[in-house]
Design a protein around this ligand. Structure first.
Ligand SMILES: C[S@@+](CC[C@H](N)C(=O)[O-])C[C@H]1O[C@@H](n2cnc3c(N)ncnc32)[C@H](O)[C@@H]1O
Length: 272
């Protein structure tokens, strides 16, 4: 089964394969969205067997994204490259940043055509030239960095925040997530930031392993990593307090719930 989505302004139609589960649509399902299909919901059911708290994990990840973007905007960052955007939901990166600094600019990047179709609609509403969406693959950072649309909104002479939230664990080792981070951080000046989250087996090995296996069984790549492995990925930045912690523990707005999810790390680091 496939669907055609047409972007506004006569943008080329995008063919969307709904017969296999897609990471963005499964995530949308976990967040209570409506942009998912039977294959996505079947995959989600398999993942929920491995981690019944998966909906909370995804919600905590969105909350981390919002807190991180607020922190970065308050720290003076006015440009964001948000890689692995996902489907538009509540309080997307540009909305959070522009609520604090209306001049903030955001380049969204994702390789899923359904994200592209929805993002075009979202951006059409409020595009004042400060927000763009680029259909590109994080596994080819040089091509991504050469994108003229990216260069049209991001000034690589000024500090940038690179967001890699909920994407790195979908890059197995052969996709070289470390190379992606190095290439991006090499392209931005000192004073730039990286915000990332990453699935881990450290606290609940059975759950971490079951989630990884469930994604893989539904043809989605997945590789959870230990704290040491994640720290190696993040070695080109200096982590701000509180360092590498669970999602809900990163600069929480209130008391951290005792039943917080324990399968995903969060961190924000600054390029020296
Ligand atoms: C779980 S969602 C995360 C969404 C958002 N960053 C958040 O934290 O709420 C992961 C996103 O990464 C995208 N993605 C996965 N692999 C990718 C790749 N190699 N290149 C670009 N995007 C990718 C998926 O399509 C999906 O939209």
């Amino acid at each position: 089964m496939s669907e055609k989505a047409v972007g506004p302004g006569g943008a080329a139609p995008t063919v969307i394969d709904t017969s296999v589960a897609h990471i963005a649509r499964v995530y949308d399902y976990f967040l209570g969205g409506k942009d998912n299909f039977p294959a996505d919901r079947e995959a989600a059911a398999r993942i929920l067997k491995g981690n019944p708290g998966m909906r909370d994990t995804c919600r905590e990840q969105r909350e981390f994204l919002r807190r991180a973007v607020r922190f970065l905007t308050r720290a003076g960052i006015r440009q964001f490259i948000d890689i692995g955007t996902g489907l538009p939901t509540q309080e997307n990166t540009h909305e959070v940043a522009q609520a604090i600094a209306p001049e903030a600019r955001v380049a969204y990047i994702d390789n899923d055509p359904i994200v592209l179709a929805h993002a075009r609609v979202l951006m059409a509403d409020q595009d004042h030239g400060r927000t763009v969406f680029i259909h590109a693959d994080a596994r080819d950072p040089q091509a991504l960095l050469a994108e003229p649309t990216l260069r049209s909104v991001i000034d690589f002479d000024e500090p940038v925040a690179v967001l890699l939230i909920g994407i790195l664990h979908f890059m197995p080792d052969h996709d070289q997530p470390g190379e992606l981070i190095r290439a991006l951080l090499d392209a931005v000046p000192a004073g730039s930031y990286l915000a990332a989250s990453h699935g881990t087996p450290d606290f609940a090995p059975e759950i971490g392993g079951a989630v990884q296996a469930a994604y893989q069984a539904s043809s989605m790549p997945c590789r959870v990593r230990t704290a040491a492995e994640v720290m190696t990925l993040l070695e080109c930045v200096e982590l701000v307090d509180p360092g590498l912690v669970l999602l809900a523990e990163w600069r929480p707005d209130g008391p951290v719930p005792a039943d917080r999810q324990r399968i995903t790390y969060a961190a924000v680091g600054r390029k020296r």
